[in-house]
Each structure stands twice: as C-alpha cells, then as structure tokens.
Write a protein that binds this ligand. Structure first.
Ligand SMILES: Nc1ncnc2c1ncn2[C@@H]1O[C@H](COP(=O)(O)OP(=O)(O)O)[C@@H](O)[C@H]1O
Ligand SMILES: [Mg+2]
Length: 248
C-alpha cells in the first residue's frame, strides 16, 4: 500500500449548533477517485474548505503528502499540490480565460514566463477551452465556467483535485463532457475527490463513494454498495440523488 496522499484525523468543526464535522477520519491514496454525496447543509463544502485551508477546524488534523498542513495557509497547500474548485465558480471576470489559468500556473504551480504560458496553454487544450482562450471569464457559458474552474485547479499541477458540484446545472451531454475531462485528469495520476449531487457523474468516475451526514461519513466504500446502503437511501428518501443541489 502506498502512503496516504490525504488523511483527515478526527476533524471536528461546528458553526454554533451546526456540526459540520464530527471527529471525522478519511484517507485517500495517491491517484484514488472518491465521490462524496450528502444532503444539502451536511458540511461537504466545509470539508473541502478545511482540506484546502480556507476554514480552520476546531480540532483534528489534515495531513497531506506526509505533512501536517492543519495550520498551513491555503496558497501553500495549493503549491504543495491541492487543486480545488468552488461550488460557485469564481473566475476573474475581467480577465481572459488564458489569464485566469495563467494566474494558477504562476501562483499555485510557481511557474514563470514562458514555462507558465506553455503550461496555461496546455491546460486550456486539455480542458477544451482553447477556442475561448481570449474570452473574458465574465462572458462564459455555465459549462465553460465549470470547465474553467477545473482548468484553474489543473493548472496548479495538483496531486489531488477537489471538485465541488462542478456538474450542477449542466445538461446530461455537458455532464458527460465534464466526466471525460475529470477521468482524463485522473488518468495522469491525479487523485480526485468529487462532491456531487449528480450521482451518475460520480458512478462514471469514482472507485469509491462516501456519504456525509451529521458531520460523519455514514457510508464509505464501493459506490453501488454505498448507494444501496439503507442509511444513505433514507437520507435521500423523497429527494432523488440526481436533483441539482442549491448553491449554499
Ligand atoms: N462560514 C459559515 N458560518 C456559519 N455557518 C456556516 C458557514 N459555512 C457553512 N455554514 C453552515 O454549515 C452547514 C454546512 O454548510 P456546507 O458545508 O456549505 O454544506 P454542503 O456543502 O454539504 O451543502 C450549513 O448549515 C451552513 O449554513
Ligand atoms: Mg456545498
């Protein structure tokens, strides 16, 4: 067994009475693909925020690539190989698509000059965004914004890509395109953690699925077994798992 790429040890976090993480343990191997489902408000985005350093846990540890990064700021975690997307895409609206990706290549990946420009162009090609390279971030369609969100994370040369509901709001054919992109990124050895309500996108992509509820992983394992799990089914009773989540 290779060492874990990412490990959460006893991570806890509450906002007042709302418990988003309750002594949560999680391990992710290098190159592994993990999907995360859970009801709205379960704490999925907060979990990513704690992994990436945007949110400090009340207790517990985040260990990335063998280092305790619990107190390491977000930009340093990005440099260490964490690429994340945000549930609400955050492109620099006034910058072109190319410039948006260049910011990641220079900031997170630490590249300069020609090397950064080449990396940005390569990322745009892989993400299917070359045709809109000179379009302003603010002028993109939803699919293009989601692709740009993934491209910005890819340009950081991550070891793990944290995807937060990047398929939400897309049509089925658009979801298929996004799944192909994520699979292609994973094929280069990048581990994936994908939070998503569009379950068929996850089952087409991940080897492992976990369900977060009440700050705990109530199920974690082989995707079809997790989806058949009575606790998981009960959580979604009356809510089709494919329903698009709100953008909390
Ligand atoms: N910064 C914050 N301050 C207070 N409450 C928050 C904050 N961020 C999230 N929450 C609350 O924590 C809960 C989990 O939110 P979130 O992690 O966004 O859930 P999910 O992504 O699973 O829908 C929600 O009840 C939300 O309102
Ligand atoms: Mg969320």
């Amino acid at each position: 067994m290779p060492d874990d790429l990412l490990r959460l040890d006893g991570l806890s976090k509450s906002f007042g009475q709302v418990v988003v993480a309750d002594a949560l343990d999680l391990r992710l191997a290098p190159g592994e693909t993990l999907g995360i489902v859970g009801p709205n408000g379960a704490g999925k985005s907060s979990l990513f925020a704690m992994i990436s350093g945007d949110l400090a846990p009340d207790s517990g540890r985040v260990v990335f690539d063998g280092e305790d990064v619990t107190r390491v700021p977000p930009h340093q975690r990005a440099r260490a190989g964490m690429g994340r997307t945000y549930q609400i895409p955050r492109p620099f609206e006034g910058m072109t698509v190319f410039e948006n990706v260049l910011v990641s290549a220079t900031g997170a990946a630490g590249l300069r000059g020609r090397a950064a420009a080449d990396a940005a162009a390569d990322t745009l090609e892989r993400a299917g965004l070359l045709a809109v390279a000179n379009t302003r971030g603010g002028a993109l369609t939803l699919l293009q914004r989601k692709r740009l969100e993934v491209a910005r994370a890819m340009a950081a040369s991550p070891k793990v890509l944290l995807l937060d509901e990047v398929a939400g709001g897309l049509t089925d054919p658009e979801v298929v395109e996004l799944v192909e992109l994520v699979r292609a990124v994973n094929a280069t050895g990048v581990a994936i953690v994908w939070i998503e309500h569009v379950v068929h996108a996850l089952t087409a992509t991940v080897d492992r699925l976990a369900c977060l509820a009440g700050g705990r992983l109530v199920a974690d394992g082989e995707p079809s077994a997790v989806l058949a799990d009575p606790t998981v089914r009960e959580l979604y009773l009356g809510h089709a798992l494919t329903v698009e989540g709100d953008v909390a």
